[in-house]
Ligand binder design. Structure first.
Ligand SMILES: [Zn+2]
Length: 220
């Protein structure tokens, strides 16, 4: 168990010990979760809330951490409202490890739970609801209860929250292999920015870090 965790830590983007995120990219540190600005800013303001522990999906986290997740999400909402004038942002998680998978099937990187957020109104519900089974959820704290050891997508957008799981068995692997970011980029009409390798968004990264600091100064 210990060894597995250590191996995962070495090349995991969201295990802070791996050093893949610079201290400047970590915007806020809570007790269980931290907030960061990753590379691949498809639009300025792409943020990630991740647990320090390498859970493979939020649905695998203990129930007592979700109050803090909710409060960091509210902090992000205030930031988006203040700086980007967006009142209904998008939060989503690729719960690819919800069924127990520990690594990405194609690129072999560790699956470390993280909730992505974007200051944009993107209706992922319409798209995912056409193909997968929708499980309404009041918020992410319901994930452990409703997804029951299945890979899933979790979306908060347009005043609705829901998880999506496979409708049929063949879709289980499809969800484990899926990438939502290119789909979100396409829905926003910026498909060329859907992969951080081809669009690292370095300028936007510097801007969002600067804007976060400024926002915190005003709030203080
Ligand atoms: Zn990790």
């Amino acid at each position: 168990m210990q060894n597995t965790d250590l191996n995962a830590t070495a090349n995991c983007v969201y295990c802070l010990d791996s050093g893949q995120l610079t201290p400047e990219q970590v915007l806020l540190r809570g007790e269980h979760f931290y907030l960061c600005a990753p590379r691949g800013q498809m639009v300025e303001g792409f943020l990630v809330i991740a647990p320090y522990r390498c859970y493979n999906a939020l649905a695998k986290a203990p129930l007592d951490v979700f109050d803090e997740l909710r409060s960091i999400q509210n902090r992000v909402r205030r930031f988006y409202g203040d700086v980007y004038k967006i009142r209904e942002p998008l939060f989503y998680e690729q719960g690819r490890g919800g069924g127990g998978a520990r690594t990405d099937p194609a690129d072999r990187f560790p699956l470390h739970a993280h909730l992505c957020s974007l200051p944009a109104r993107v209706d992922l519900h319409a798209l995912l609801g056409q193909r997968y089974l929708r499980l309404p959820a009041a918020d992410a704290a319901m994930l452990p209860e409703i997804v029951c050891d299945r890979p899933y997508f979790y979306v908060e957008a347009c005043s609705q929250s829901a998880a999506y799981v496979a409708n049929q068995h063949e879709q289980v692997l499809e969800i484990e292999k899926s990438r939502l970011k290119p789909i979100v980029a396409e829905l926003m009409g910026i498909s060329e920015r859907g992969d951080w390798r081809s669009y690292p968004g370095e300028r936007e990264l510097m801007e969002v870090i600067k804007n976060w600091r400024r926002h915190c100064e005003v709030q203080a």
